[in-house]
Design a protein around this ligand. Structure first.
Ligand code: NAP
Length: 870
């Protein structure tokens, strides 16, 4: 081939890729009046739909949704023939779009971009192509797709086979006729599941090599869904708006039915409806908790397995096709047409690679641990180096010679999945850290392109010409992406979402799972806050509003939204008894907390009458005494009781292995300061004196408390020190009240909107103490003498008005020589760490508390020693 002569050219923007995203990006950049050059290594437009031409290739988002929506006229001019269009039809559509807007003239096909290098002096990118061209541009945009870089076959002997070799991701344009052939297919992901039934129609023998069975539901293809078309007809804008503000980019009301609590009839009805509907949007929305709660997921997974067993006649084959090693939805679920039925055909065989792994590809076929197979053709449906593969392959070098590959060696790092620090003016469409592959790509692509186009327009209007995220904003976003993944079951699977399908690829959750709606809001908020987290420069201009756009744990944010929607009256506007009733009502609706070995209620003598207690003993061995923890509930000295903190006590007991004795105490305003503190001290004295009877090890006693309960717990420690007993091994103070000074920054930052408000805190103080007493160490222990106090673990939550006094207490204790562990509850509020079973992200903090508790006690100390010591 003749190599075209080198040319040097200048453009405002270069766009790599001419699929859905590249085409729309070109269109929008042109609208802005920018000069643009597009490249694609393919011979024409189409992106993924250009390459993946294997028989059976179809979209798996219904066509009314899998389509451009930016131009109503375009929508009117194109009619899809099916619910799930075939690859040729989707390719025709993209050609039609390219022609309609005259986009081809700006695209150079059959051209691979081999490198891109940022020139800091010129503030421009230099793009080099495989043809030796060099192009200069201000903005470099990769529209290279999430699933475009085929995974190389990591199978021994892959190059040795003398027959025909095909990859679903690089299918011959002229098609393949398998008639009369012995064919092997390796891989049973979406591509394999689509291609297998079609190859089975032609091949004389088809052998499918399956490593991991996949969940698949029938697509029930046919005409485009009539209800959807009618809605679009009646209110296109409303329909598109709903899609843009939905969870996965398809209008769909999220269910609130929990799999674990729904009746068998409801479970069955919801599942059968989703099975009949044949849409991903339906099957991912059978239960609200299916992606969070293993038990709920198991219910759904088992119903799918039942279906597989009912379709596949040979029981052993059916069982091999039943996915059991991953939760439903943690690997991409598939839609199929006759996939499982294919295994009922006499010439189709399934080989379970878990039982007989491939040893090698040979000249004639495939050798497994047990058998040698001869084939005429091998089809690889083995997937892609997803989300990052195409981006790092393009040799992108940013400021100071840093390559994207180097920067991402431990996993991708992006701000909003759009940009990455050190690479100015470099945009990724649907990059890692954006909803992309977890959504309807058509919607996510349009959102990204619109965002980039809006950004470039804003920059031009403000005379700016470079943009780049800050390190802080980027690391904050990466953390948020991981936090969103961590509360789901997604990280448990060896999926391409986790990079687990490519040997050596770092194991990081790649897409953003917080939802298309939440993501769009975050992007809009970034712009609304003056491009928060971006540094933008121009001639004589340099502006940066640094910050993190989302730092709250995603499940904490969900709880706050839920509570806000309930419209409950603020506690501080209620009489104490009404506030108590409200707290009891909300507590009754919570999950119960984990099972423990034994729970018994009793009373202990207090300074002014009996105090109720509840004792929690861990299940299982060892039999015999254990360390003892005396716990005090939260509630501002006014609210709360043994029930209010019951799930937390169970959790502490189960995690720490200690006997937990939760003690109720006198409440204000009926019994004001220092009643609660004196009760706490009395309870500790009683527990120490009765340790053996309680199942505790004498001398191994800690105190713990949350909020005001932590206040009286630490006051009890100060009183015990002054009284020279009892011995307390440690104190755990969860979001403690330790001072009456309400002017610290955390009060300013978090005093409104996070359940514990400044107004409520004031209401608590007013109920408990006279202003004159508030400086007293028994009310404000931070102001007391802190020498000689036991080892301490303090939990301080980011969104808590009490955060700074907790931190101040930790520092003051440390200064007084007390060993202190400060556990930061990142992204949490005052209450969220205690929400066992509701706020999943609180679990690591509670695990840290339990570890601190265990460390307070000498391990495996024989009982006789403890008895002697005490
Ligand atoms: P995939 O989901 O990654 O599936 C690859 C398959 O090959 C898996 O079954 C995998 O097994 C197997 N495999 C990989 N390496 C292997 C090896 N060395 N030995 C044996 N088996 C091996 O790839 P895909 O099917 O191409 O789909 C990728 C994604 O593209 C989909 O999840 C979907 O998002 C998208 N897609 C969409 C459509 C559609 O819209 N309809 C169609 C096709 C693809 P393991 O699971 O054990 O790794």
């Amino acid at each position: 081939m003749n190599k075209p002569a080198s040319v040097s050219d200048q453009f405002d923007a270069v766009v790599v890729g001419a699929g859905f995203s590249g085409l729309y990006m070109l269109y929008r950049l042109r609208q802005l009046g920018l000069s643009v050059k597009g490249f694609d290594s393919a011979g024409d437009v189409g992106g993924t739909w250009y390459w993946n031409r294997y028989p059976g290739a179809r979209c798996d988002i219904a066509t009314p949704d899998y389509t451009f929506s930016f131009d109503p006229e375009l929508e009117n001019e194109w009619t899809w023939s099916e619910k799930y269009a075939t690859q040729p039809e989707i390719l025709d559509y993209l050609r039609f779009v390219a022609d309609r807007y005259g986009l081809r003239s700006d695209i150079q096909f059959s051209t691979t971009v081999t490198s891109a290098r940022w020139d800091e002096q010129e503030k421009r990118w230099t793009i080099t192509t495989g043809h030796g061209q060099e192009i200069r541009c201000r903005y470099y945009i990769m529209a290279t797709g999430c699933l475009s870089m085929p995974k190389s076959p990591d199978i021994e002997g892959a190059g040795r086979f003398a027959g025909q070799v095909y990859f679903t991701s690089r299918w011959p344009h002229e098609g393949v006729d398998f008639t009369g052939q012995r064919v092997a297919v390796i891989g049973t992901g979406s591509s394999g599941i689509q291609v297998i039934p079609l190859i089975a129609r032609q091949a004389s023998q088809l052998t499918v090599f399956q490593r991991t069975p996949n969940f698949s539901i029938p697509a029930h293809n046919g005409p485009a869904p009539a209800d959807r078309l009618r809605q679009l007809d009646e209110d296109r804008d409303g329909y598109r708006h709903d899609a843009r503000w939905s969870r996965i980019g398809v209008p769909n009301e999220p269910t609130d039915v929990l799999g674990v609590t729904a009746s068998e009839a409801v479970r069955r009805e919801r599942f059968e409806a989703a099975w009949e509907q044949g849409e991903l949007a339906g099957i991912v929305n059978v239960f609200a908790d299916q992606l969070f709660n293993p038990a709920s997921n198991d219910i759904l997974a088992e119903m799918i397995r039942e279906k597989i067993r009912s379709i596949v006649t040979d029981p052993e084959t059916a069982e091999t096709l039943c996915p059991k090693d991953h939760y439903f939805g943690t690997k991409r679920p598939c839609l199929d047409t006759g996939y499982f039925d294919t295994y009922n055909l006499p010439h189709v065989r399934l080989v379970d690679l878990r039982k007989q792994p491939i040893v090698s590809i040979t000249e004639d076929g495939i050798e497994t641990a047990d058998e040698s197979f001869g084939f005429d053709a091998i089809v690889y449906a083995t997937g892609f180096d997803a989300m990052t593969g195409a981006l790092v392959a393009a040799d992108v070098t940013g400021r100071d010679g840093l390559s994207l590959k180097e920067k991402w060696a431990a996993g991708p790092s992006t701000y909003l999945g759009l940009m990455t620090a050190g690479f100015p003016n470099f945009f990724m469409l649907t990059g890692p850290g954006s909803p992309s592959v977890l959504s309807n790509m058509a919607v996510s692509i349009e959102q990204h392109v619109d965002w980039v186009a809006g950004c470039l327009k804003d920059m031009r209007e403000e005379g700016l010409d470079t943009i780049e995220p800050t390190e802080l904003a980027e690391s904050g976003w990466n953390q948020h992406v991981q936090d969103c993944g961590a509360i789901t079951l997604m990280p448990t699977a060896n999926s391409w979402y986790m990079g687990a399908n490519v040997p050596g690829k770092p194991r990081v959750f790649l897409p953003y799972i917080g939802g298309v709606d939440a993501y769009r809001q975050a992007c809009d908020d970034v712009v609304g806050q003056g491009y928060l987290g971006f540094r933008m420069t121009g001639p004589g201009a340099d502006r940066c509003r640094d910050g993190v756009i989302r730092s709250m744990q995603p499940d904490v944010a969900m709880v706050l939204e839920f509570l806000a929607a309930m419209g409950l009256p603020p506690m501080d506007t209620l009489p104490a008894d009404d506030a108590r009733a409200l707290m009891a009502a909300t507590a009754a609706a919570r999950p119960p907390g984990p099972e423990v070995g034994e729970v018994t209620d009793g009373v202990i003598p207090g300074p002014a009458g009996d105090l109720p207690y509840r004792l929690y003993r861990p299940a299982g061995p060892p039999e015999g005494p254990r360390p003892l923890v005396v716990y005090f509930h939260g509630g501002g000295w006014v609210l709360g009781n043994l029930d209010s903190d019951d799930p937390l006590c169970r959790d502490l007991c189960e995690r720490s292995g200690a006997v937990v004795v939760s003690v109720n105490y006198r409440h204000a305003p009926e019994a004001r300061f220092p009643a609660a503190a004196l009760d706490a001290f009395a309870a500790v004295q009683w527990a120490a004196a009765n340790a053996l009877e309680l199942g505790g090890i004498p001398g191994q006693l800690a105190v713990a408390g949350w909020s005001a309960g932590a206040n009286i717990a630490t006051v009890a420690c100060q009183l015990a020190r002054d009284a020279e007993g009892p011995h307390i091994s440690g104190q755990v103070l969860i979001c403690p009240v330790v001072d009456s000074d309400m002017t610290r920054p955390s009060y300013q930052e978090n005093g409104d909107g996070y359940i514990l408000t400044t107004a409520l805190m004031r209401w608590f103080w007013d109920h408990y103490t006279d202003p004159a007493d508030r400086g007293e160490p028994r009310a404000a222990p931070l102001r007391g003498d802190l020498h000689g106090l036991p080892s301490t673990c303090i939990v301080a939550a980011d969104f808590d008005p009490l955060r700074d006094e907790g931190v101040a207490y930790a520092h003051a204790l440390e200064a007084a020589g007390v060993p202190v562990r400060l556990a930061r509850a990142r992204g949490h509020t005052h209450t969220s760490v205690t929400m066992v079973g509701t706020v999943i992200s609180g679990a690591p903090v509670r695990a840290e508390i339990a570890e601190a508790l265990r460390n307070f006690f000498p391990s495996a100390e024989p009982l006789e020693h403890a008895l002697q010591r005490s």
